[in-house]
Write a protein that binds this ligand. Structure first.
Ligand SMILES: Nc1nc2c(c(=O)[nH]1)N[C@H]1C(S)=C(S)[C@@H](COP(=O)(O)O)O[C@H]1N2
Ligand SMILES: [Mo]
Length: 451
């Protein structure tokens, strides 16, 4: 209670200033941690630190919500105080909307395990969109309120001083005030010819002066620079968010980083894309460089505690019987892709063909990147929808999305869906996968009641 009384003892202005600067610092830290978390390319470098940064981001988010709560009782008085300043009011409304939007979507993402994936997916979109708009705005806000720009503004005002202002009206450019002043001022109606001449010249000189002051020019320049710097990335993001793939198999083969020939021929259901086409976008995640494969050297093996250890080259592998399924794909970071039409070999079928020995209790998956692994218990691995996938939506799986062959575990978070899958090993003891070792839950069921 003491600290609260201390807080309330301070003047209203002091409290507002304190909230403002705390908000600025927390936003800065949220931006940094948030951006770090969202860069797919550095996931591998972050390692277990990723989980810590995410936790930190959540704590900072909670702190930001507490700050809003602290501000809430002051809002009426503050709003009244700035009644004459429309810009400040607009800024306040905008900033509050941003903070509340970030907080709301952030809480959903924080509590993702107790909420449906579709809600997480929308929350992530909102969270990202607000970041794309809010962070550049905050940077602009910081520049346009900076001491440096304030000093430019004072210089502008000093330059405007010698001319008497027309009225007590708001800030006017020197030119505007001279023009506004001209009709009412004595020199224009004076009888003295030289004075009349000077007055007339002053009016013309004022008209020649740019209406844009230094400070406002710098502000516009800063805004433009920000738009130029952020615009293209924002455009790519928004395009990606609504893009639904759509190139042909021939285009894939021509442009893909893998050289897997011949391409797998899709089954009728796959060619017809019975799921209607994947809805949403995969964010390309990898903890290594994206590996490239060629059908000349690529191999796939099932080994360990099995009756018939087997290895296949590409041509042989393509002869294994495949089926088609439509399923959703959920990442633990909030995004989902719905209604993917996968074609591949059901894991269950592959395990039955190789024959699992009595002491084979866990199934371990190896990525061709030589770093990423994961595992399922044998009973989980025998689930009907777990697939060693070769095609998606009737086309070969692109290199970036784990092609030529990736695992699909639709009912678990996608860190179980090992990309560039090349090896399956039956083992006796539980194995902790790449992300599980770094803090992710080994129980990856999206629907928790399945655990
Ligand atoms: N080899 C490998 N497989 C992987 C990963 C990885 O980093 N490397 N990331 C996992 C995670 S966390 C997710 S969400 C999905 C992402 O699949 P995508 O990159 O095709 O969108 O792949 C999973 N499988
Ligand atoms: Mo993920």
């Amino acid at each position: 209670m003491d600290s609260k009384r201390g807080w309330l003892k301070q003047s209203f202005g002091k409290r507002l200033n304190a909230i403002h600067s705390w908000n600025a610092w927390i936003l800065l830290l949220l931006t940094v941690t948030g951006i770090v978390l969202s860069i797919g390319a550095i996931r591998g470098d972050l390692g277990s630190f990723r989980v810590t940064i995410k936790q930190l981001h959540i704590y900072l988010g909670v702190a930001s919500i507490l700050l809003i709560a602290l501000y809430a009782p002051m809002i009426r008085k503050h709003w009244h105080q700035i009644r004459a300043r429309r810009n400040q009011r607009a800024n306040l409304v905008f900033v509050l909307a941003l903070l509340i939007g970030w907080a709301g979507s952030g809480v959903i993402l924080w509590q993702f395990r107790n909420l449906p994936p579709a809600l997480n997916n929308s929350a992530l979109f909102v969270h990202d969109l607000l970041t794309w708009v809010g962070v550049p705005y905050a940077v602009y806000h910081a520049i346009s309120r900076s001491r440096w720009l304030k000093r430019q503004q004072r210089l502008d005002e000093a330059a405007a001083k010698p001319r008497p202002p027309a009225s007590a009206q708001a800030v006017q450019t020197p030119a505007a005030s001279a023009i506004a002043a001209a009709p009412n001022e004595a020199p224009v109606v004076t009888e003295d010819a030289t004075e009349r001449r000077t007055a007339a010249q002053a009016v013309i000189a004022a008209l020649k002066e740019s209406p844009i002051t230094r400070a406002s020019f710098l502000r516009i320049a800063a805004g433009l620079l920000l738009v130029i710097a952020i615009g293209p990335a924002f455009y790519r993001w928004i395009k990606g968010a609504f893009d639904t793939g759509g190139s042909t198999t021939a285009e894939y083969i021509a442009t893909d980083g893998n050289r897997m020939l011949p391409p797998p021929a899709p089954l009728p259901d796959s060619a017809a894309v019975v799921g209607g086409g994947a809805q949403g976008n995969f964010r390309i995640y990898t903890v290594t460089e994206i590996p490239a494969f060629s059908s000349d050297t690529w191999k796939f093996a099932v080994s360990g505690l099995v009756d018939n250890p087997s290895a296949w080259n590409w041509e042989e592998f393509l002869k294994l019987k495949r089926t088609v399924q439509v399923s959703d794909f959920h990442c633990v970071t909030g995004w989902s892709v719905y209604k993917c039409t996968w074609e591949g070999i059901p894991l269950k079928q592959l395990l039955a063909a190789t024959g699992v020995q009595a002491n084979g209790k866990y199934v371990k998956f190896y990525s061709g990147d030589k770093v990423y692994t994961d595992a399922l218990s044998l009973s989980q691995a025998n689930g009907d929808d777990i697939m060693v996938a070769v095609l998606m939506d009737g086309k070969p799986i692109p290199q970036k999305l784990g092609g030529p062959v990736r695992l699909i575990v639709p009912q678990m978070y996608a860190y179980k869906s090992v990309k560039w899958l090349q090896g399956i090993e039956l083992i006796e003891k539980e194995h902790m996968g790449y992300w599980e070792v770094r803090g992710y839950d080994n129980d990856a069921w999206v629907d928790r009641s399945k655990a």
